[in-house]
Design a protein around this ligand. Structure first.
Ligand SMILES: Cc1cc2nc3c(=O)[nH]c(=O)nc-3n(C[C@H](O)[C@H](O)[C@H](O)COP(=O)(O)O)c2cc1C
Length: 497
């Protein structure tokens, strides 16, 4: 009995070891993926990860409050929204589990698809009869606040915001197409303010348009192809300005993204989109935008923003409106997998001992990175810190990297804290890097310039034996079942009143 348990424990350990050795971006082919938004919703539904709210919910604060309250759980489909006949879906990608289920992939295979998008260009293809244009409203027929269930998210927000729109533009100078998320505040029936942070490629395209004395044609895609959603969420050195993000979405899908020309603007619109706002961002026109509850959990203040004049609204039959809370889990989880893949792509070629990475929730899946190292000899000592510098270079928003050995489960924040508690000495293992560029929303920074840190909780190769973790033989399944059902304990204790 005992030897069987020991043998099973040994088997499990070697399986764990094999799992650890497995390349993180799955090597097996993932083929062509169906990345349609509707497909994603139906996958969530089948997985029990789409909860329906059938009573009427107010677009003014109520829907967003429910999304916030439930954003560690299933996606929410608000079937009836006050004064509107279009349902709202929220929290679609609010947890890693939902993100993986929406694509029908496990973590490794989702990472493999995203890595393929980072590496591969597949040109979009022309779609006939695009669902996105089954219904069309043109200038004179547009009243965004009445037509769409645009939410007011938090009481301190400056108004109603479109929050899940992927903006597609073609840079008038370079000809490169860009896709990125930007919130839009409703200003008038056919006018919105566009929030463009410092350094965004959309901002560069707009600058080029201004220099050329032109307006910038744009398509805002709400509820769109999931590969495009991920391309639009990818930032940093791995998705440079020169990269066409419609081609990157094709790379991720493993097939061209079907697109159609806009009905009122010279822009490419993904055929599989629920709702599209076409228009122009006007050169030199600005309004006051905000405040808005941001992903960092604080409000961004009101400030000047360019305006978009909407020239057409198109929608598929019976569309669903996708909404994302700014200060909610969906905004940050949308970046988790893409940034992990970007970190792996940046560090693996220079430091192959990095066996896995994790962007933990406590760091908003953006500011903290945990990196696992598989040191093979003393020559690998110190390589983790080199890898950390490569990651800081590729992902400027990172402000802390924790290095652990590969016997730590880096996806478990408690195990990472265990490594820090037992393997980290601040005098020798803390590397402080002041005066580095990070994210301007980090309030301890000076407009984005602040301190980065490496916390090296990995042990030197030659000391690993001193840090061998206690392992127990696994109990047999039967014994465990009995213990958990309480029968073993009760029979031993006897009956007590
Ligand atoms: C849900 C969501 C909302 C976002 N909202 C904004 C925004 O309002 N303004 C902005 O500048 N960036 C926003 N971002 C970040 C950019 O879309 C993102 O960093 C993108 O990769 C930038 O694209 P670029 O590399 O083509 O500039 C948002 C990201 C997400 C996931």
């Amino acid at each position: 009995m005992l030897s069987e348990a020991v043998a099973r424990a040994a088997r499990e350990r070697s399986e764990q070891e094999r799992e650890r050795q497995r390349p993180v971006t799955a090597a097996e082919p993932i083929g062509v993926l169906d990345t349609g938004f509707r497909t994603a919703l139906s996958r969530l539904d089948r997985a029990g990860l789409l909860a329906r709210v059938s009573r009427t919910v107010d677009f003014d604060l109520e829907a967003a409050a429910m999304m916030k309250h439930h954003d560690a759980g299933a996606a929410l489909l608000f079937e009836s929204v006050k004064d509107h006949d279009i349902p709202v879906v929220g929290n679609v990608f609010a947890t890693p589990e939902s993100s993986e289920a929406a694509m029908g992939l496990d973590r490794d295979r989702l990472r493999a698809a995203l890595a393929r998008g980072i590496r591969t260009d597949i040109e979009p293809a022309a779609a006939s009869d695009p669902p996105a244009q089954q219904n069309v409203w043109r200038s004179g027929e547009i009243d965004l606040g009445a037509q769409l269930p645009v939410l007011k998210h938090a009481p301190g927000d400056g108004g109603r915001f479109v929050t899940a729109g992927v903006l597609i533009v073609r840079d008038p100078l370079t000809g490169v197409r860009n896709a990125s998320f930007h919130r839009l505040q409703l200003i008038g029936g056919d006018e919105v303010a566009v929030k463009i942070d410092h350094g965004r490629h959309l901002g560069r395209a707009l600058d080029h348009a201004v220099e050329m004395g032109q307006d910038l044609p744009v398509a805002v895609c709400i509820g769109t192809d999931v590969a495009l959603i991920y391309a639009a969420s990818t930032m940093g050195a791995l998705m440079p300005e020169s990269r066409d993000e419609l081609c990157a979405a094709g790379g991720c899908r493993g097939a061209p993204l079907p697109v159609a020309p806009g009905v009122s603007q010279d822009v490419d619109v993904p055929a599989d989109t629920e709702i599209v706002l076409e228009g122009v961002i006007r050169a030199g026109e600005s309004v006051t935008e905000g405040p808005f509850g941001e992903f960092v959990g604080y409000a961004s203040p009101a400030g000047p923003a360019p305006t978009m004049h909407v020239t057409a609204v198109t929608a598929r039959d019976e569309p669903v409106y996708h909404a994302i809370n700014g200060a909610g889990r969906e905004t940050i989880v949308l970046r988790k997998h893409v940034l992990e893949v970007a970190a792996l792509e940046a560090v693996r070629p220079v430091t192959p001992i990095v066996s896995d990475v994790c962007m933990p929730p406590g760091g908003l899946h953006r500011f903290h990175l945990v990196m696992a190292l598989s040191k093979r000899s003393e020559r690998d000592n110190g390589m983790g810190r080199n890898a950390a510098l490569a990651a800081f270079g590729a992902l400027k928003d990172l402000n802390m990297i924790v290095l652990v050995d590969d016997d730590i489960d880096l996806h478990d924040p408690d195990d990472v804290a265990y490594a820090l508690a037992t393997r980290f000495d601040a005098a020798s293992d803390l590397v402080v890097l002041p005066g580095m560029r990070g994210h301007e929303y980090v309030r301890t920074s000076q407009a984005g310039v602040g301190t980065k840190a490496i916390l090296d909780a990995s042990v030197p190769f030659e000391s690993r034996a001193d840090f061998e973790r206690i392992s127990f033989a696994a109990p047999s399944g039967d014994e465990l079942d009995a213990a958990y059902s309480g029968t073993t304990v009760l029979s031993w204790l006897g009956e007590h009143p």
